[in-house]
Ligand binder design. Structure first.
Ligand SMILES: C[S@@+](CC[C@H](N)C(=O)[O-])C[C@H]1O[C@@H](n2cnc3c(N)ncnc32)[C@H](O)[C@@H]1O
Length: 189
């Protein structure tokens, strides 16, 4: 099987573009999650911080995890520039990362489709969250209206398949359909 494509850091500005924001804004994901100022969050596969920076302004602390060091360097710069000091960039390997505390919320935005062992990734999410913690997965619809943005169809994961991948580890609680993406909120069991 061909490995799914990983987002190239050379094109990271695309992830912060106005065009991208039309697919689903960081504000809509944050609102969907119902995170509060008391909560600690993980932004898993954070990229250049499309979600990380606005999220940090709405919660206590954010661990910004990525496998790509250049993405983390961008986060560190943007965190200073945008006045969001409550962010710690953390480098992961493909299925492993350590944090000093468990999180209340974990966001995986446009990440799961880039990973080969998707169930293993849900096990990693499970380890990082507190019991009853919330996992928010936002990924690309297989029945999208337009295809200019986002991964190729064969790399996309349907909403139903995403729920199956989480079964036994997470209970689905809420969902929201955007034009080209879906948001799912799970509770850790
Ligand atoms: C399509 S980008 C999305 C970035 C960000 N979540 C956003 O929505 O703007 C996917 C990101 O996941 C990272 N990534 C891919 N596989 C990963 C893994 N196994 N662990 C951590 N990060 C990973 C990539 O380096 C890339 O920055």
């Amino acid at each position: 099987m061909k490995k799914p494509h990983k987002f190239d850091a050379d094109f990271s500005s695309v992830l912060l573009s106005d065009e991208r924001a039309k697919q689903g804004t960081s504000e809509s994901i944050i609102k969907f999650s119902k995170i509060t100022k008391r909560d600690v969050a993980v932004d898993f596969g954070c990229g250049p911080g499309f979600l990380t920076i606005p999220l940090a302004k709405k919660c206590r602390f954010v661990y910004a995890i990525d496998i790509n060091q250049r993405m983390l360097e961008t986060i560190a710069l943007r965190s200073k520039k945008e006045g969001a000091p409550n962010i710690k960039p953390v480098k992961s390997t493909e299925y492993s990362v350590r944090l000093p505390e468990s999180a209340d919320f974990l966001f995986a935005l446009s990440l799961v489709h880039e990973v080969v062992r998707k169930r293993k990734m849900f096990e990693v999410f499970h380890k990082l969250l507190k019991i009853k913690g919330s996992l928010i997965v936002a990924d690309w619809r297989t029945d999208a209206k337009e295809w200019e943005f986002g991964p190729a169809l064969h790399e996309r994961i349907s909403k139903t398949k995403m729920v199956e991948l989480a079964a036994g580890l997470f209970k689905p609680k809420r969902e929201k359909l955007m034009e080209n993406q879906y948001y799912l909120l799970f509770e850790k069991v």
